[in-house]
Design a protein around this ligand. Structure first.
Ligand code: SF4
Ligand code: MG
Length: 335
């Protein structure tokens, strides 16, 4: 396994209390595989990614039973070792390319400086490498682009530059945090295509964070659905999107506008009634309790067990595997 994460927790201090942003997350990503992390904003997707990258805010606490990239124990690395690894073995791209690029340096300077931070390449070799990687993400006139500043490029081109920057050291794992959310539908499709090509060419593992189920359907091999800092359902794209088992996942999928309805390209999560519980809430009850149409007494008393659904994915819920099918057959089948 390329990335192997077991029981990851992230806690942030919040006015004397502890905000538990990530609560016991398990994730794995194989080489060449795309794992989509899905959920509403604030569910802990970005915190999970930042924890993997060693980029959490200073006061945050991270702990994990296992946190490995290949043979490397990320949990045991010093800040210095982690920063040497970041950008070289794992890299990350963000939603808003303008904030990730430095407005006062040219594209070429920024690409070369990332490359030279991790290699002993000469200036000329770094420049050649930068042009190569810009061309590999479909930028035409790469030599000209090298001399331009971020504000001279469109949002789509800036995102390509960021992808080039993330790829320049040939990482084993790339984490993409909503990289297409700020882009129009056509540009979004191009960027997804570029990412998939870059991944296939390198057999790179990818974690793709999104709240857009249309994007998930296009690029995921596996899907992990997060809710209130936990993974509530995890499995293959086919299993999770076609045969969702957790009531939250079912709600997400039901809330996507059907083709012909809604705005074109609008496949973002619409609303499920109720609120996400406060992050300080204790663990004994199911986090989805207040919004769940299937809730039972046991859900308020005992943490939901992890079960395996008939389609093969795991889900954390008191409902028995197969509850959806049995309900369709008119039989209420509950734990
Ligand atoms: Fe709903 Fe209970 Fe399952 Fe939670 S454990 S999702 S409240 S049925
Ligand atoms: Mg986020």
């Amino acid at each position: 396994m390329l990335l192997d994460v077991h029981d990851l927790h992230v806690t942030l201090p919040d006015q004397g209390r502890k905000l538990r942003a990530v609560r016991g997350v398990d994730l794995s990503v194989a080489a060449g595989e795309t794992l989509c992390l899905v959920g509403e904003s604030g569910c802990g997707k970005s915190m999970t990614a930042l924890a993997l990258m060693g980029l959490l805010p200073r006061r945050a606490e991270r702990r994990a039973a296992r946190l490995r990239l290949g043979l490397t124990d990320l949990g045991g690395l010093s800040d210095g070792a982690m920063s040497a690894l970041r950008g070289r073995r794992m890299s990350m791209i963000f939603q808003e390319p303008m904030t990730a690029l430095n407005p006062v340096f040219t594209i070429g300077d920024q690409l070369c400086s990332v490359y030279r931070r991790h290699t002993r390449a000469s200036g000329a070799a770094a420049r050649a490498r930068a042009i190569d990687v810009l061309e590999s993400v479909g930028l035409t006139n790469a030599a000209l682009r090298m001399r331009q500043y971020p504000h001279q490029l469109s949002g789509g081109l800036r995102q390509r530059v960021l992808i080039a920057m993330a790829l320049i050291c040939e990482p084993e794992l790339m984490i993409c945090d909503e990289p297409t959310t700020a882009l129009d539908v056509t540009t979004q499709a191009q960027i997804l295509h570029i990412l998939k090509e870059a991944q296939a060419a390198r057999n790179m593992g990818m974690i793709f964070i999104t709240h857009d189920l249309g994007v998930v359907a296009r690029i995921a091999d596996r899907v992990a659905v997060m809710y209130a800092g936990r993974v509530v359902e995890e499995g293959t794209r086919e299993a999770v999107l076609r045969h969702p088992a957790h009531p939250y996942t079912r709600g997400l999928i039901a809330s996507v506008p059907k083709p012909g309805g809604g705005e074109p390209g609008q496949t973002r999560l619409a609303s499920i009634a109720g609120n996400v519980p406060a992050f300080h809430q204790e663990d004994a009850r199911c986090p989805f309790l207040s919004r769940c149409l299937q809730r039972m007494d046991v859900c308020a008393e005992t943490p939901p067990p992890v079960r395996q659904a008939p389609a093969g994915q795991s889900f954390a819920c008191h409902l028995l595997p197969g509850w959806v099918e049995s309900r369709a057959a008119g039989v209420e089948k509950r734990a």
